[in-house]
Design a protein around this ligand. Structure first.
Ligand code: HBI
Ligand code: FE
Length: 289
């Protein structure tokens, strides 16, 4: 179910802005065990793979695997750092609701957690994807500013009928972005950092393309929601993402009018190529599906 296919009325029990109480006491021992299992898997993988702002965020929020965090307690630390707060929602919320929360420094996190037999993939973001994946980066002041700017831009994009282009920017940065650092490429995207398989694949597998980040290029590039990405975009710095997002997108949307989308695996002549991927994984997984 895509977010914009949801009716605009919140589900039963949710407030008008689609938020619900986390009701932390209602989580079961099994729920906390699933969180701890997922956390310990990722904690073993991420040193040397996740970027410093992410790892620092885990420390700053004391997100160290004691079970599903209590949002009220986590928000005291998070709000003191960058003014962001996490609010519980039942699952995906309509785009305009999502953007409004981001524009007000509220990050909507699914309250539910996946079952023990769904550890490796689930369709809808749960509390592990949203809180472990997304929230540590919100402790970084530059990324915190970017996420608010994205929310403000989202409402404008909807009014201009350009949501699909902006959703690609979100996908290739917030969900699946890589960052170049003096120590090498590092992960900052929540979809990667919360995934056991993709944490290694995105950095080390010869299959995907890895290209220098370019705003227009990203907004011309569709994305996969069903498998590992075939292309990752690499930022030179988080500041670059914020600077690019703070500009007026009007002229950018007008330039997009005359440009075709780019295929998942295509490399254009003026792409900054970091890895020219073999696409071996994509061709085998296509055979598998
Ligand atoms: N809702 N809860 C939630 N979490 C998301 O990440 C989310 C959403 N609704 C819409 C959405 N993401 C995407 O369409 C964004 O690109 C807007
Ligand atoms: Fe996400």
């Amino acid at each position: 179910m895509s977010a914009d296919s949801l009716a605009c009325a919140p589900p039963g029990g949710a407030r008008a802005d689609w938020t619900i109480d986390q009701d932390w006491a209602a989580y079961t021992a099994e729920d906390h065990r699933v969180w701890i299992t997922l956390y310990e898997r990722q904690a073993a993988l991420l040193p040397g793979r996740a970027c410093a702002p992410f790892l620092n965020g885990l420390d700053a929020l004391d997100l160290h695997g004691q079970g599903i965090p209590d949002f009220d307690r986590m928000n005291e630390r998070l709000a003191a750092l960058t003014g962001w707060r996490v609010v519980a929602v039942p699952g995906l919320v309509p785009d305009e609701v999502f953007f409004d929360h981001l524009a007000n420094r509220r990050f909507p996190a699914g309250r539910f957690i996946r079952r023990a037999d769904q550890l490796d993939y689930l369709q809808e973001p749960d509390v592990f994807h949203d809180v472990f994946g997304h929230v540590p980066m919100l402790t970084d002041p530059v990324f915190a500013d970017y996420m608010q700017a994205y929310g403000e831009g989202g409402r404008r994009a909807m009014s201009l009928g350009r949501l699909h282009n902006l959703a690609r920017l979100y996908w290739y940065t917030v969900e699946f972005g890589l960052l170049d650092t003096p120590e090498g490429l590092r992960i900052y995207g929540a979809g990667i950092v919360s995934s056991r398989g993709e944490s290694a694949f995105s950095l080390e597998d010869p299959s995907p393309n890895r290209l220098g980040f370019d705003l227009m290029r990203v907004m011309r590039t569709p994305y996969r929601i069903d498998d590992y990405q075939q292309v990752y975009f690499v930022l030179p710095s988080l500041q670059r993402l914020l600077d690019d997002t703070l500009q007026d997108f009007g002229p950018i949307y007008r330039r997009l009018d005359g440009l075709e989308d780019v295929g998942f695996a295509d490399i254009l002549p003026d792409d900054r190529v970091i890895t020219r991927g073999s696409q071996a994984y994509a061709s085998t997984s296509a055979a598998r599906s």
